[in-house]
Design a protein around this ligand. Structure first.
Ligand code: GLP
Length: 240
């Protein structure tokens, strides 16, 4: 694991954005695994700016998102379908046919089959990850098998609580999701993880120093040959 700790979030996102801009320019038809949550938003903002400044094009880029809530209509602003359009896709020259997000509205077993089939026909070059405060990646909650592929999950109580800040009330947060599995995530050629803030410090510590154990899904990243972790000093505060 390569760990980069930054004094400020601005420096962190500048560095990770430069990494992505170079990667896309080096391979214009790159396959990107994308994430939602608040963590990637500043990265997406910087990429939109880079596109507007003609520093990068997404014309031939293919994307796969990690996860989606089950049961939210696509038009709901917190569906990851809407999130990706609002935060990135609507502002760049990506071909929407090349963007893949599990469906939260199809019958789940159909949605899983469809997503897995598309996913299996590509090799993700760079998978972006955020980190749940309980150590989840995608929506792979503690206890998920390291051998999992795309599947339906029940969200952990703590995840529902964490994500309720985006909804009007905790009762509106969906309790189920479809997520790329841990085995799928580990198949990516390289992985970029971003974590910021004190509330991630404990999960970061366990991810880096803890045993590789299904109780802390992100600990599996210790076994990947090309992982770069971008942390601000708060998220890194417990590291040895
Ligand atoms: C969400 C997403 C994850 C994300 C994580 C952290 O529930 N499913 O992919 O990485 O939780 O969210 P945030 O970046 O808002 O802290």
């Amino acid at each position: 694991m390569k760990i980069n700790v930054f004094e400020s979030k601005e420096e962190l996102y500048k560095s990770v954005s430069e990494f992505y801009i170079k990667a896309i320019n080096d391979k214009p038809n790159i396959i990107l695994g994308l994430a939602t949550g608040t963590t990637p938003i500043p990265l997406y903002k910087n990429l939109i700016k880079a596109y507007q400044d003609k520093l990068v094009s997404f014309k031939d880029v293919v994307t796969f998102n990690l996860d989606e809530y089950i049961g939210l209509p696509k038009t709901h602003k917190e569906s990851y379908y809407s999130f990706m359009r609002a935060q990135l896709f609507n502002h760049i020259d990506i071909n929407l046919d090349n963007t893949h997000i599990p469906s939260g509205t199809l019958e789940p077993s159909e949605a899983i089959k469809l997503f897995q089939k598309e996913f299996d026909s590509f090799q993700v070059d760079i998978q972006l990850l955020g980190l749940g405060s309980n150590g989840h990646i995608g929506f792979n909650e503690p206890g998920t098998s390291f051998e999992s592929t795309t599947h339906q999950t029940n969200l952990a109580k703590s995840t529902i609580q964490d994500n309720s800040r985006m909804f009007d009330s905790v009762d509106e947060v969906p309790t189920k999701s479809i997520t790329m599995g841990i085995k799928d995530i580990m198949r990516a050629s390289s992985i970029v993880m971003i974590a910021t803030g004190n509330q991630k410090a404990e999960a970061v510590y366990k991810m880096v120093h803890g045993p590789v154990d299904e109780s802390l899904p992100a600990s599996i990243l210790q076994k990947h040959k090309d992982v770069t972790i971008y942390l601000d000093k708060d998220a890194a505060s417990l590291l040895k």
